[in-house]
Design a protein around this ligand. Sequence first.
Ligand SMILES: NC(=O)c1ccc[n+]([C@@H]2O[C@H](COP(=O)([O-])OP(=O)(O)OC[C@H]3O[C@@H](n4cnc5c(N)ncnc54)[C@H](O)[C@@H]3O)[C@@H](O)[C@H]2O)c1
Ligand SMILES: O=C(O)C[C@H](O)C(=O)O
Ligand SMILES: [Mg+2]
Length: 439
Amino acid sequence: MAYNKLIRTLMIEIPSVPGSLGKVTTAIGVAGGDIGEVKTIKVGLAYTLRNITVQFENEEQLSEILAAINKLDGFRVQTVSDEVLRAHEGGKVQMKSKVPIESLADLSRVYTPGVANVCRVIQEEPEKAKIYTNIGNSVAIVTDGTAILGLGDIGPVAGMPVMEGKSALFDQLVGINGIPILLDTKNPDEIVETVKHIAPGFSGILLEDIGSPHCFEVEERLKKALDIPVMHDDQHGTAVVTLAAVISACKSTGVDLKEASVGQIGLGAAGLAICRMLMAYGAKSVLGADRSQEAKTRLENYGGTAVDQLEELMERCDIVIATTGVAGLIKKEWVRKGQIILALSNPKPEIERGEALEAGAAYAADGRSVNNVLGFPGIFRGVLNAQAKEVTHPMLVAAAEAIASCTKPGDLVPQPLDPEVHEAVAAAVENVALNLGKK
Ligand SMILES: NC(=O)c1ccc[n+]([C@@H]2O[C@H](COP(=O)([O-])OP(=O)(O)OC[C@H]3O[C@@H](n4cnc5c(N)ncnc54)[C@H](O)[C@@H]3O)[C@@H](O)[C@H]2O)c1
Ligand SMILES: O=C(O)C[C@H](O)C(=O)O
Ligand SMILES: [Mg+2]
């Protein structure tokens, strides 16, 4: 099956007569569809319901395939679903019991009346909640839905598939129980108040896809108010992974970051944090561009240099990073030979990797590979292991260096499903947390 084709699964009502399946598959093939899986859903006396997975070039071809099937006597396409949507049916995560409850004795042990004594133990010594509940391994994934990927302010419910994705990654990559929390307010005071009130059930707060500028205030206030780690992923998770990619790129191209000019396009949550991280790590100069004057002023307040034209930034910088959410923003003709380009917006980058390389970039990557999935799981595993009360800058730098050290020569970052990188990030963060704790 080709990589770049579209895939849909067609649920088709097919007459329960021998030869019917042949008729429908032929019709699909003649219309240009490439058949993958065929699955029988229901066998009836008159009709059989089958799911047929079909690959095709474009929406126009899909319409032709559907018309060809519906033209067959007695055949009907009931639904057209895509693989990605199907993978989301019923959601991606669930809360499951860890204990069997099969007898009344089990019931009285895990629930009433036994549970009352456990409550009293925790009441007397609150620290014991870490032992006798799952709080010590739980992180809230909190969004107000205002900057869901590069899709913008689409609301928290529409953003839930991203939050469930982060939760699935937490579980699979580092065994953390990540609970999505959707907030129906964009008001910073209300966000802060709500998160403060739900915090007792968690040992960490991952703020996700909260737009700028209110994300800065929300994170700062929550960090001050809570004695558990709070981290805005789009700021610091992204900055960590970007620093790791920059370290690898500099190593491979022989560029010294202390001699390099970095240009950041988009100074929102991700962009400003990337600038701050690279300035703190010693980049010679950090230039930034944004369509918002307020965002540029914010960069200047942190010591960066704002520029008005993207062309100027592209002209002056050795390393260019973009986090605007605007697909195709960087023109091919702006790319300088030997430049390092990280176009990190999801779901589509500011310039496709292939295009940037064709235009002469020494290294190019998009937001699928340079993605904060390489950072947030290990960072939280590390702080939870250390029972740290906050995520600090040295922890973030240690995480970035750990990611860079797991990167194979020629790559910018490791493969995100490689367990080694998450273990390395967790160990690096835990180490910093414990050393700080001893001071
Ligand atoms: N790869 C990753 O791991 C990763 C992580 C976080 C965010 N991102 C991506 O980065 C993008 C931005 O996310 P964010 O959370 O920073 O959002 P944000 O809304 O906080 O910031 C976006 C910024 O881009 C600016 N901008 C928009 N259009 C522009 C243009 N044409 N020219 C200049 N500036 C422009 C906006 O003014 C804003 O300051 C999203 O697409 C998101 O998917 C990627
Ligand atoms: O969710 C992702 O893929 C990365 C990042 O958090 C984003 O907002 O784009
Ligand atoms: Mg995000």
